[in-house]
Design a protein around this ligand. Structure first.
Ligand code: PEP
Ligand code: MG
Length: 458
């Protein structure tokens, strides 16, 4: 307890969330700018070096090799998340704060910028931090991260392994109070500012036990180890990133979306009774076809109407969608007729536009840069000529059929200065990024507005 530790893993998955929470820093061998470890660490404001291919990790032996040196559990390392460097020993570090001249520049930025700046936050703690940094709402709450706390994962597993709808609903009912409480806290932290909550997105097997954990999990779930293994086999996918995830989960198991909608609406009603008027936005992930959105919208509205009737309280809420599949960007005119907002998920949009796995880019990107095939990592900064064209098309087509459409970005590029400038130029309403990048986004948004004004004056 109280010891400062660095979490070292080949790569992380959602089940590492508690370990990441406890760690001062995170070091992984595999991954890139938008893989799980990077996205979560950024959200938590933790230092991380992700996809450090110069190290080799032996998780069983609890040791890592860097060059000809071996480091074991207990050895001291220091990470620099900006440069990706790993230092031997402990180096003195300081915590960032907004004060003095930095605070003044931030104030000036807010006078000039047109773009809104929101944050990607999944916990009330992150949300409060982001508010300190000047975020004007939550642009993305990844609800899956709420499924790993405490014993919740057991209910999630019960839900996934359920043989029928009744069993699934019973497990979801166990999760409902936790989800509701999380949302109440988020709405309280944001005090009426918009909170965009995304329905469950990742492939379900990410929540299931692996390796040595299977035996213990089978005991807890009251099934035999063989039975559990069989189930795990049926759930495994060849290509999970393109598999049973996103809105496809809601379409096959509507009760998941229904439980999440119930938790969101009940939480909104609760804070409304406390005197906070929440701005609720429910976001559907991974839409490729308009009919997917129509169907999930139906589940949401039927559930929301029932909750409001039962509670005899009205709350306003908006339904929108991520635009993260090229087909959605190309058919944005149709999709905008059903959506009140778009949020560009440029992590997946880049992955699917380039056909680059966001988790494996570390293997070839350095070579791509060295050979001058690509100047920059498109997961860090928007690839204007390709992914940017999809964004431009979606903005233009979406606004044509729905002039009121609110448009934002919540992929990792939303906190990177050049991408923020691109979003300004393309007329987006806001960018959303991890709490610690909010100041960068505020400044970049102001610089873009000033630049534009200067050009107009010429
Ligand atoms: C995205 O794809 O850009 C996004 C924000 O969603 P996630 O990273 O959770 O897939
Ligand atoms: Mg995505």
């Amino acid at each position: 307890m109280g010891e400062k530790v660095v979490l070292v893993r080949v790569e992380t998955s959602p089940e590492d969330i508690s370990g990441m929470n406890a760690a001062q820093g995170i070091l992984t061998q595999r991954g890139g700018m938008t893989s799980h470890a990077a996205v979560v660490a950024r959200g938590m404001g933790k230092c991380a070096v992700v996809g450090c291919s110069d190290i080799s990790i032996n998780e069983h032996k609890e040791e890592i090799r860097i060059g000809d040196k071996t480091f074991r559990k207990g050895d001291l390392l220091t990470l620099d998340g900006s440069t990706g460097e790993v230092f031997e020993g402990g180096i003195k570090v300081i915590d960032p704060e907004i004060k003095g001249n930095f605070a003044k520049v931030m104030e000036w930025s807010d006078e000039f910028r047109r773009l809104g700046v929101r944050t990607n936050a999944d916990t009330p703690k992150d949300a409060r931090k982001a508010r300190e940094f000047g975020a004007e709402g939550i642009g993305l709450c990844r609800t899956e991260h709420m499924f790993f706390e405490g014993d919740r994962i057991q209910s999630v597993r019960k839900m996934i392994l359920a043989d029928n709808k009744e069993e699934r609903k019973a497990a979801l009912n166990e999760l409902l109070p936790f989800q509701r409480e999380d949302f109440v806290e988020l709405f309280r932290a944001m005090k009426g500012l918009p909170v965009t909550i995304r329905l469950l997105d990742p492939p379900l097997h990410e929540f299931l036990p692996k390796g040595e954990e299977i035996k213990e999990s089978a005991n807890r779930l009251n099934v035999s180890e063989e039975e559990l293994k069989e189930k795990l086999e049926t759930l495994s996918e060849v290509n999970p990133m393109l598999g049973h995830r996103g809105c496809r989960l809601a379409i096959t198991y509507p009760e998941i979306a229904e439980m999440q909608t119930q938790a969101i609406l009940e939480a909104a009603i609760e804070v409304k009774k406390e005197g906070i008027e929440p701005t609720v936005e429910i976001m559907v992930p991974l839409i490729a076809h308009i009919n997917e959105l129509k169907k999930v919208k139906e589940f949401i509205t039927v559930t929301a109407d029932k909750i409001m009737r039962d509670e005899e309280t009205e709350v306003k809420y908006r339904i929108g969608t991520m635009i993260e599949i090229p087909r959605a960007a190309l058919t944005a005119d149709e999709i905008a007729e059903e959506a009140e907002f778009f949020s560009f998920g440029t992590n997946d949009l880049t992955q699917m536009c380039f056909g680059f796995s966001r988790d494996d880019i570390g293997k070839f990107l350095p070579e791509y840069k060295k050979k001058e095939i690509l100047e920059e990592d498109p997961f860090q900064t928007i690839d204007v000529e390709g992914v940017g064209k999809l964004i431009e098309t979606a903005v233009e087509r979406g606004r044509k059929t729905n002039p009121q459409l609110k448009i934002g970005i919540c992929g990792e590029q939303g906190g990177e200065a050049k991408s923020v400038e691109f979003c300004h130029k393309k007329g987006l309403d806001y960018v959303s990024c991890s709490p610690f990048r909010v100041p960068v986004a505020r400044l970049a948004a102001a610089q873009s507005a000033i630049q534009e004004e200067k050009q107009q004056q010429k």
